[in-house]
Unconditional design. Sequence first.
Length: 107
Amino acid sequence: MNTVGTIDRPLTHDPKKQAPMKPSASEPAGSAIPDFTTTGANDSRQNRTREMQLIPEALARAHMHERLQEAERERLAVRLASARRMQRRAERASMRARRALAMAVMH
């Protein structure tokens, strides 16, 4: 599927790799204000853009890390509750066995 990117969904977010804008037929030539940015400003703008693009990814990574820790704590709590329940069951079985042994010794 070789679809050309749109304004909302470009093929790449890197401005250097995007196709240059073609002049519009409705605008007279030379009507636009010429760009007069320096290379240093362009580089810093490019870095800032890259950092801005990585912010949602970092947020998503932090959110997933937090969710994984929360799930791990939940699993640990479930295991702890299960272990306590099994311990109480074992203690009741032990008491029943002692009681049965005492009844057997008494008769």
